[in-house]
Design a protein around this ligand. Structure first.
Ligand SMILES: Cc1cc2nc3c(=O)[nH]c(=O)nc-3n(C[C@H](O)[C@H](O)[C@H](O)COP(=O)(O)OP(=O)(O)OC[C@H]3O[C@@H](n4cnc5c(N)ncnc54)[C@H](O)[C@@H]3O)c2cc1C
Length: 326
């Protein structure tokens, strides 16, 4: 009998953990390492919009991955719930995007024309555009379910792993350490392997405890969005700063974000957010997603999903697992 494929994955966010689960399903023996807590960084912070409509206006690798993932999400969630026994708050609720000026509205209409050509459905609805296929998931539920499903499939999960150089041998080594990936010390045949550099893109989110069903769709306008979990917990985002791994929470940034959110969703006016948190979106310096095998080496890259890693996890895992296990 041949030995199962041995795979090490550095980084147990939603990308590394989804891949670990898929590889274990394919019969691989998987070691999933995290220098912190599994899913404790961007994948804990993310809002969980599954909304290619707000992100893409031309066909690229990103767009393909995003649309493939959006289609795959209902089955991904159902299978994960069934394997883990945990429930995941997922809703195909659609989104409504509005503009804050007539010129902005014209831009939205033009964008929607381009988007229709590569399969993003959209129609005007009052003073907004409705994107009926957008959806929502609670990424913290996904991480919890992935932990259980991985354990049931025999994945070895090592949290709080001490930082050490990662020596690649003949077995696949996957780099899925989000915003930290580019700085990892990875060696092969005794030499350091240069990895595509990453940049942390810090973002704030605010949370409000509202009654369940008080907001049905995702609301978006410019850089502001509001969404609601099934419990009624309502999230407003966001901001972006490229200032390194600075975990400070600035009250003034929260105040300005709250003011934008209350303009978009007046139910938030006159109340203060109960929670505020930040996370580091994994951007790459080039702006390209780092996905696939690093030339002629046993090292695979799975990072740089930037604002869409929650959305893109199912398709990323499915594609990479198939390539690695082939
Ligand atoms: C405010 C905000 C809102 C967002 N909203 C959305 C959204 O609505 N929809 C969406 O699709 N995406 C959203 N995102 C983006 C999404 O959260 C990320 O793209 C996604 O979580 C990236 O997952 P990841 O597994 O690559 O990275 P992470 O979740 O950051 O995981 C990387 C892991 O690697 C670990 N690590 C670091 N260094 C090492 C090392 N040396 N060795 C081993 N492990 C290491 C870290 O501890 C971490 O657990 C949002 C992000 C933010 C910050």
């Amino acid at each position: 009998m041949s030995r199962p494929l041995q795979v090490t994955i550095a980084g147990a966010g939603i990308i590394g953990a989804s891949l670990a689960w898929r590889l274990a399903q394919a019969g691989a023996s998987v070691r999933l390492l995290d220098s912190g807590r599994m899913g404790g960084e961007a994948s804990w912070a993310g809002a969980g919009m599954l909304a290619p409509s707000g992100e893409f206006d031309r066909k690229t690798l990103w767009t393909d991955l995003a649309l493939e993932s959006l289609d795959a999400y209902p089955d991904f969630v159902a299978e994960l719930e069934s394997e883990s026994g945990a429930s995941i708050d997922y809703r195909a609720c659609g989104s409504l995007e509005s503009a804050d000026s007539p010129a902005g509205w014209e831009r939205l209409l033009e964008r929607s024309e381009r988007q229709r050509q590569f399969g993003i459905a959209c129609f005007p609805d009052g003073l907004a555009l409705r994107y009926p296929n957008d959806a929502l998931v609670n990424p913290r539920d996904v991480i919890q379910a992935l932990r259980l499903a991985c354990l049931r499939r025999g994945v070895e999960i090592v949290e709080h792993a001490a930082p050490a150089p990662l020596e690649a041998d003949s077995s696949p080594l996957v780099i899925a350490a989000g915003a930290w990936s580019g700085a990892l010390d990875v060696r092969w045949r005794g030499s350091p392997l240069p990895l595509p550099p990453t940049v942390p893109a810090k973002g704030y989110l605010l949370g409000y405890h509202l009654p369940p069903d008080s907001l049905g769709v995702i609301l978006r306008r410019g850089h502001t969005y509001i969404l609601q979990r099934s419990t009624g917990f309502t999230i407003a985002g966001s901001t972006e700063e490229r200032i390194g791994f600075d975990r400070t929470i600035d009250p003034e940034t929260c105040r300005l974000l709250h003011a934008r959110a209350a303009t978009l969703f007046p139910a938030l006016a006159g109340r203060a957010p109960e929670e505020c948190w930040i996370g580091f979106r994994p951007a790459t310096a080039s702006g390209e997603i780092a996905l696939g095998r690093l030339a002629d080496s046993p090292v695979w890259l799975a990072y740089g999903h930037y604002r869409n890693g929650i959305l893109m996890a199912p398709a990323t895992a499915r594609r990479l697992a198939a390539e690695i296990a082939a």
